[in-house]
Design a protein around this ligand. Structure first.
Ligand SMILES: Cc1cc2nc3c(=O)[nH]c(=O)nc-3n(C[C@H](O)[C@H](O)[C@H](O)COP(=O)(O)OP(=O)(O)OC[C@H]3O[C@@H](n4cnc5c(N)ncnc54)[C@H](O)[C@@H]3O)c2cc1C
Ligand code: FES
Length: 289
């Protein structure tokens, strides 16, 4: 397609400095987290800092297979490498799963807006994650633990469908050892070995102590069916709407506000989100669908 190539060159699509030009990243390590999810440790050329905020994502490309948006799941305090937790669901993610340490992939980003850690500093934190939602939230959780003295009490509520689908289980012990921190788990379908809570994530709200709504920030990540009900629970706790942050799940392509795939009304979720305040979401009813 020479005309398309000529047009792309004219518009500098994919050229140096273009938002469509990926940087090369080397896979340093690949670890199995569950039957479907793998954790990739990656490094940009020369150990360049990715410079992300928790909640941001990158567009990951595997030559010959395409590109997919994936949340950065490591804390920005980890500067020379970053991590992605990838669930194998289709073409690109299956291609990623076939790669090993030493292989190279393309990365564009960091993209979008994440959690405002400066605004959250000095407050108590309530984290609520459903399923794969723990991946982006882990970036913020580990940031808070790496800057523990800057934050108050921490509650982490995490739910998955089954015990086998819980992510980052090896980190639970170190999270529990953090001062003033409580980790609460639930699974929708407990098995015979499961000793914890059973049921959907909202059951964990019954176990929370009394929070101070004026000094608590909430960060919610999960599928729309989960965050719809979780947001109602947070309102029951009387937490002001501008202190409740939620990451929206939309299909994305370009990641830079050009293609319209992620659009809700006049909002490009890839650019203005994926993290929004509840107070902003209320003017976007589609975000609950
Ligand atoms: C901001 C953002 C952050 C994300 N973070 C992560 C993450 O940390 N880890 C992770 O594993 N996945 C994440 N996803 C979802 C991931 O982008 C999709 O699973 C991926 O694009 C699927 O690509 P594929 O080629 O493997 O699948 P395809 O072959 O394209 O499709 C397989 C299935 O995946 C669904 N799908 C395709 N594209 C998307 C998309 N953009 N978003 C959601 N579902 C899609 C399709 O409906 C289909 O059911 C994120 C998505 C967004 C928008
Ligand atoms: S993904 Fe293209 S505009 Fe958001």
């Amino acid at each position: 397609m020479p005309e398309v190539r000529a047009m792309a060159e004219k518009l500098n699509v994919g050229g140096q400095g273009s938002p469509f030009a990926p940087e090369e990243a080397e896979i340093l390590d690949v670890a199995d987290l569950t039957a479907l999810e793998k954790l990739f440790k990656l490094r940009l050329a020369g150990g360049k800092n990715l410079g992300h905020a928790p909640g941001q994502f990158v567009e990951v490309s595997v030559p010959g297979f395409g590109e997919a948006p994936i949340s950065i799941c490591s804390s920005p305090t980890q500067r020379e490498a970053f991590e992605l937790c990838v669930r194998k669901v289709g073409t690109v993610t299956a291609a990623l799963h076939s790669l090993k340490a030493g292989d190279k992939i393309g990365v564009r980003g960091p993209m979008g807006r994440g959690f405002d850690v400066e605004e959250m500093a000095g407050n108590d934190m309530l984290f609520v994650a459903g399923g794969l939602g723990l991946a982006p939230l882990r970036s913020l959780i580990n940031y808070v633990f790496d800057r523990r003295e800057r934050f108050g009490k921490v509650w982490i509520l995490y739910g998955a469908k089954t015990p086998q689908e819980l992510l980052f289980t090896k980190e639970f012990e170190s999270w529990r050892k953090q001062p003033d921190t409580e980790l609460m788990l639930t699974v929708d379908k407990p098995d015979e070995q499961w000793r914890g809570t059973g049921g959907v994530i909202t059951v964990l709200f019954r176990k929370l102590p009394k929070l101070d709504p004026k000094r608590t920030y909430v960060a919610v990540v999960g599928p729309p069916v989960m965050y719809k009900f979780v947001l109602l629970e947070t309102l029951n706790l009387k937490i002001p709407r501008n202190r409740i942050f939620c990451s929206l799940e939309r299909h994305m392509k370009c990641g830079v506000g050009r293609c319209g795939h992620c659009q809700i009304n006049n909002v490009y979720v890839c650019k203005e989100g994926p993290v929004f305040r509840f107070s902003q979401m209320e003017s976007l009813p589609e975000s609950f669908a």
